[in-house]
Design a protein around this ligand. Structure first.
Ligand code: NAP
Length: 247
């Protein structure tokens, strides 16, 4: 079940946090995990760890906001592996602040990385996936994109934008057997949530019915299902993974 044997998967922002877990889970299921990120040494360390445990992985330096680099990356992957089966748009940042104090570059940076970065990657994989007549794309959105959050207007807008992008791409690409879905994680234990003040974290915990933060592997396992053949009839959906936060 959920085998990804011989699939070639690109995971953006895959060096650490949720992205790294996705790469580990994919490789354990038989895929070649191609990790891309902006910091070389952490990415290479992630690849070495996967290879040491018997999996296949590679690292490419790429900033998802640079459309030319993204195009070159996809060309390189297809040259090396003859195909690209899976894209997970995971790279993302936060630059929080209340709207009245938010600087223009806080807004622009978050939209550029979280939303335009995903667009760049989807655009670049579209041609090879259409040629193959198969592919699966997962965009990592957030519960914040569904419900909003004070102090995160930029992040919420980028993650809500990803949901619109997901549904539009799913409609455009379905005829070529390319599925596009989004997931909306709640609060997952990574450095993104480690950075939250304790009282804010406790407030979130109080509002989560399962009374715990999620682990990166919980998210990775959902994505493994979504890109597998077992999810072959699912496209254009947003799946919450949040301990019951949104019902
Ligand atoms: P993380 O540990 O900070 O991972 C994000 C990764 O994206 C980092 O490796 C980062 O690289 C990379 N990245 C940033 N800018 C990039 C760029 N321009 N090009 C390529 N890669 C870039 O955060 P995480 O918690 O695992 O989050 C992963 C995804 O899940 C994000 O999209 C986030 O919004 C989403 N999410 C997280 C949570 C949560 O609770 N953690 C909840 C909902 C959604 P550097 O380290 O070098 O900056």
């Amino acid at each position: 079940m959920f085998s990804l044997a011989n699939r070639v998967a690109l995971i953006t922002g895959g060096s650490q946090g949720i992205g790294r877990s996705i790469a580990e889970v994919f490789s354990a299921a038989g895929a070649v995990s191609v990790i891309t990120d902006i910091v070389q040494d952490i990415g290479e360390e992630a690849v070495t760890a996967i290879q040491d445990s018997g999996g296949k992985a590679a690292f490419y330096h790429c900033d998802v906001t640079d459309s030319v680099s993204v195009e070159n990356l996809i060309t390189e992957i297809v040259k090396e592996h003859s195909r690209i089966d899976i894209l997970v748009n995971n790279a993302g940042i936060t630059k929080d602040g209340l709207i009245m104090r938010m600087k223009e570059d806080q807004w622009d940076d978050v939209i550029r990385i979280n939303l335009k970065g995903a667009f760049n990657c989807i655009k670049a994989v579209t041609r090879p996936m259409m040629k193959q007549k198969s592919g699966s794309i997962v965009n990592v959105s957030s519960v914040i994109g569904v419900m909003g959050n004070a102090g995160q207007a930029n992040y919420a807008a980028s993650k809500a934008g990803l949901i619109g992008l997901t549904k539009s791409a799913a409609k455009e690409l379905a005829a070529r057997n390319i599925r596009v879905n989004a997931i909306a994680p709640g609060f997952i234990r990574t450095r993104m949530t480690d950075a939250l003040p304790e009282d804010v974290k406790q407030g979130y915990l109080d509002s989560i019915p399962l009374k715990k933060l999620g682990e990166p592997e919980d998210v990775a396992k959902l994505i493994k299902f979504l890109v597998s053949d077992e999810a072959g009839y699912i496209t254009g959906q947003v799946i919450n993974i949040d301990g019951g936060l949104i019902m």
